[in-house]
Ligand binder design. Structure first.
Ligand code: FE2
Length: 382
């Protein structure tokens, strides 16, 4: 007994322009064009690399489903006028079903993400470096935490200068910038970046003046014997949620208009970007936060009539960024590292005083490589 007998037969709609199929206990509609374009047969998709072998122009615009039936647990379709027969696995169809209500409110995030506040401090995702390096299970847990929380810690890492690079190599590739493949964060006499002082730094995302901005940052502690200099992380997606709840208009302004960011602290470098502080995808999904008081440039893309309210929203966002109720605070000791999703989680540092050494070393990497490695590990573990 399979789909063939347990599930109602598929029903053709609109003269075969679509079909309604019972999947997961609910009817789901699929268009003939979508089904034909997503056929998994070896003439449509390369069995070797899964890449599509046809263009949309190879599919006639008046394609119809002439027959639809369950056969040996598969959805068997015949397309006309092509006469092509294709079968679909119902699990694949359910996983890719699009016949669902559209998102109602802007600023939503998917089930893979959990927004957090100070409560995460008691359960900060943390793994040991050697386990993440040697044990695929620990690596999967750690990378999974980065995907869910945009933040994870690591203990007992090497205190060698290339430790952040070695960590990045466990899941992806270093993003080299004008700061080098790796960069130091330590008090310097004439710093070209305020990070290299003993001043506190307001929570921020790094390098919003790049486009694309690095999507991951790794920071490792090689030495920390100063007074102060604690690390703070804040979930920018939680900040966005709070802002939206308090002032829907303020949230709308920060998503609708672009801010400007710039960096010109080194000879030969004039980085500039124009991006919103809170970025939504066209379907309203919250996909990025950029916030950095040091590198915000003059905003020139907000109409005069909205500028005052824009600044009010920007101010409120900064207050939420500094709200201890949203912050997780910790102290990095030599051998500790952490990683943040740099388009989501802001990091800060409290001021520190002399008499010791504070030496962090970091690098940038990208989220797509991390998510790819995570997905491959999940597939291997399934
Ligand atoms: Fe930073």
């Amino acid at each position: 007994m399979g789909y063939d007998t347990l599930v109602p037969p598929p029903r053709l709609l609109d003269d075969g322009a679509a079909v309604e199929v019972e999947l997961g206990g609910a009817p789901r509609r699929f268009h003939a064009m979508w089904l034909r374009d997503n056929a998994q047969d070896p003439a449509t998709r390369s069995p070797g690399n899964g890449q599509r072998l046809v263009t949309l122009q190879d599919i006639t615009r008046d394609i119809r489903i002439a027959e639809a039936a369950w056969a040996s647990g598969q959805l068997a379709l015949r397309f006309e006028p092509e006469g092509k027969a294709v079968r679909f696995n119902p699990d694949w169809l359910l996983h890719h079903a699009y016949d669902k209500p559209p998102p109602v409110a802007a600023g939503w995030t998917g089930e893979a993400l959990t927004r957090w506040d100070a409560g995460l401090a008691s359960q900060t995702p943390t793994e040991r470096y050697d386990e993440v390096r040697n044990d695929p299970g620990a690596r999967l847990r750690w990378l999974g935490a980065v995907r869910r929380y945009g933040f994870a810690r690591l203990t007992r890492a090497p205190t060698t200068p290339d430790a952040p690079l070695q960590l990045a190599a466990l899941f992806g590739y270093v993003r080299e910038t004008n700061y080098g493949r790796a960069f130091d964060v330590r008090a310097a006499p004439n710093p070209n970046n305020l990070a290299d002082t003993n001043l506190g730094l307001q929570a921020h995302t790094d390098n919003p003046y790049r486009d694309p901005a690095p999507t991951l940052q790794i920071l490792g502690c090689l030495e920390n014997t100063v007074e102060g200099g604690d690390s703070i992380v804040v979930d920018g997606f939680k900040v966005a949620e709070r802002l939206q709840a308090e002032t829907p208009r303020g949230f709308d302004l920060l998503t609708r208009y672009c801010a400007r960011f710039a960096y010109a602290g080194s000879a030969g470098v004039r980085l500039r970007s124009k991006r919103p502080m809170i970025e939504l995808a066209p379907d309203g999904e919250l996909i990025g936060v950029r916030f950095n008081n040091r590198s915000a440039a003059a905003f020139t893309d907000i109409p005069y009539d909205d500028m005052a309210d824009y600044y009010a929203a920007y101010r409120r966002m900064g207050e939420l960024v500094e709200d201890p109720a949203l912050a997780v605070r910790f102290r990095l000791a030599a051998g500790d590292m952490f990683i943040v999703d740099n388009l989501r989680v802001l990091h800060a540092r409290t001021a520190f005083t002399g008499g010791g050494e504070r030496w962090l070393r970091g690098c940038y990497a990208d989220r797509d490589g991390l998510l790819s490695t995570l997905a491959a590990l999940e597939e291997a573990a399934a």
